[in-house]
Design a protein. Structure first.
Length: 266
């Protein structure tokens, strides 16, 4: 039977992280409100998403716990260009002298040339809902309004030999809707799907535990986000790593079906 990691029963304490090895050399790190993933490839660590700017010390510490320095990072893969996912990309890439990879369609968001992200006008009608005001406060305190966007971003579609370049087999999967160029990443040799914010298993604004869509205010196009989940059937994976919440141990199709059945908290 599929299930989320039992750790979802206890929220990650504020200011701390929880690192879980979900497959051989694949580590899900749950920060105070957003996740990042460290994959130990043949050439060194590959980082998928980078947290809020305020998570920088935690990202460094989680790499250190695995025996790596920030300078060892071989590449940064971005699911999408929201501030809680790109917050340390510029800092880490500068130290590691590594590439930042995102989908071609998402690069304008990553560079902040466009801003497909929830704003105050979107949040204001929901401030009385449980968790929303707390989430807003944390997002601001964690530097969500102070992101230094990377200026050098490579379209992942333009990298011809990803396995050789990254030292790990990665298949990018377009999952648009949350943003125009949102990607998932299938870690082919590990049976793991990194889903980003295409679906989550928990969020400060939701009372629900388990696969779900983020509330509508977070999506650029909710209908398209729902359609993207229907493309996950048949993927050769048994673990799904969301952008928020614990790992889901089950197939991407199961996670997508549960998320579509529940929908979103509001």
């Amino acid at each position: 039977m599929s299930q989320s990691d039992p750790a979802h029963l206890d929220a990650v304490p504020n200011g701390t992280t929880r690192s879980t090895t979900v497959a051989d050399r694949v580590h899900l790190v749950q920060g105070p409100s957003v996740n990042w993933i460290i994959v130990e490839g043949d050439l060194g660590p590959v980082l998928i998403d980078t947290g809020y700017p305020g998570d920088g010390a935690a990202v460094t510490a989680t790499l250190g716990a695995l025996g790596y320095a920030v300078e060892d990072v071989q590449a940064i893969l971005l699911t999408h260009g929201h501030s809680d996912h790109i917050g340390n990309a510029t800092f880490i890439a500068g130290l590691a002298e590594c590439d930042i990879l995102a989908s071609r369609d998402e690069i304008p968001n990553v560079r902040r040339e466009v801003l497909e992200q929830v704003g105050l006008a979107d949040v204001q009608p929901h401030l009385e809902r449980p968790g929303v005001a707390t989430w807003v406060s944390h997002a601001v305190e964690a530097g969500g309004l102070e992101v230094v966007p990377p200026t050098s971003v490579t379209a992942i579609e333009d990298v011809p030999e990803l396995r050789a370049t990254l030292g790990v087999a990665v298949r990018p999967l377009p999952l648009p809707g949350h943003t125009r160029g949102h990607l998932g990443f299938l870690l082919v040799e590990h049976g793991v799907l990194v889903a980003g914010d295409a679906l989550v298993t928990a969020h400060p604004t939701s009372p629900h535990d388990g696969p779900q869509l983020l509330p509508e205010m977070f999506h650029g196009d909710l209908q398209r986000a729902r359609q993207s989940l229907t493309t996950l059937a048949g993927l050769p994976a048994s673990i799904v790593l969301p952008g928020h919440g614990p790992a889901f141990f089950g197939s991407p199709a199961q996670a997508a079906a549960e998320a579509l059945a529940f929908g979103s908290a509001f």
